[in-house]
Write a protein that binds this ligand. Structure first.
Ligand SMILES: Nc1ncnc2c1ncn2[C@@H]1O[C@H](COP(=O)(O)OP(=O)(O)OP(=O)(O)O)[C@@H](O)[C@H]1O
Ligand SMILES: [Mg+2]
Length: 230
């Protein structure tokens, strides 16, 4: 089943120095259950694409459909409710609420999504190896641990689409592998579709599809079968 479809999506910025074509005519479809890795050099448009996919930002041209509806744009309330209903997002610079504990950060997102479940919240924190830190505040744990809280939080609400921007960027290789394995399992169990931006080609092993982007355009799109590396 198709989850989403972008056709000819552009995101241009008018700047004093001229037009910046952050996305310049992007078209693709993603089916339910796919795990997509998005690769591309710095400045190629990866974060811009995630922001358009999540309706944090509005394309300046093209169409974007999610499930059977058009995704709202240029209307912050409708965009916010689209995100609440459908999207989990681990940002490039993760943003935990500093005056809530690790556990409370997870419970809050579940509450907003209307499915508060403390047992599951604790289970997810265990999944990312943070069972000992649940009652600490973000300021009292390391950057990599905060990143893992952000990852647990992003799946806690069971989003239809999970987006991650350099989500293992702050983790050492071993932790990164553990977290990715846990994430893949959680996504399979909950039927969560994912798109992860990374510079780390090592993450390709966890994906079912690799999309490469450069200068705001898709330059390759490869579906992987389970036996090949790419
Ligand atoms: N608000 C803005 N105004 C003007 N140009 C912008 C704006 N935001 C992003 N850009 C430009 O759009 C292009 C794509 O930016 P984007 O953040 O999507 O890149 P990226 O692929 O995520 O890079 P990185 O790997 O460094 O995070 C860049 O050239 C960037 O300078
Ligand atoms: Mg980026």
């Amino acid at each position: 089943m198709t989850l989403l479809k972008m056709t000819g999506v552009k995101r241009h910025y008018e700047t004093p120095a001229g037009v910046v074509r952050a996305l310049d005519g992007v078209s693709f479809e993603i089916s339910e259950g796919e795990r997509v890795i998005l690769l591309g050099p710095s400045g190629s448009g990866k974060t811009t694409l995630l922001n358009c996919l999540s309706a944090l930002d509005s394309p300046t041209d093209g169409s974007y459909n999610f499930k059977d509806g058009e995704v709202p744009r240029n209307h912050s309330e409708k965009m916010t409710s689209f995100r609440r209903e459908n999207i989990g997002y681990v940002f490039q610079f993760f943003n935990l609420l500093q005056d809530l504990t690790v556990l409370e950060n997870i419970l809050l997102i579940q509450e907003i999504a209307g499915n508060k479940d403390q047992e599951r919240a604790l289970e997810l924190l265990k999944l990312v190896g943070l069972e000992a830190e649940v009652n600490r505040f973000p300021g009292e744990i390391s950057g990599g641990q905060q990143q893992r809280v952000a990852i647990a939080r992003s799946i806690a609400k069971k989003p239809n689409l999970l987006l991650g921007d350099e989500l293992t960027g702050n983790l050492d290789t071993e932790t990164s592998q553990k977290v990715m394995t846990a994430l893949v399992r959680a996504c399979q169990e909950e039927n969560i579709t994912s798109v992860f931006v990374t510079h780390d080609e090592g993450l390709i092993q966890y994906a079912t599809r690799v999309i490469r982007i450069d200068s705001g355009k898709i330059i390759s799109d490869t579906v992987l079968d389970s036996t090949s590396e790419e």
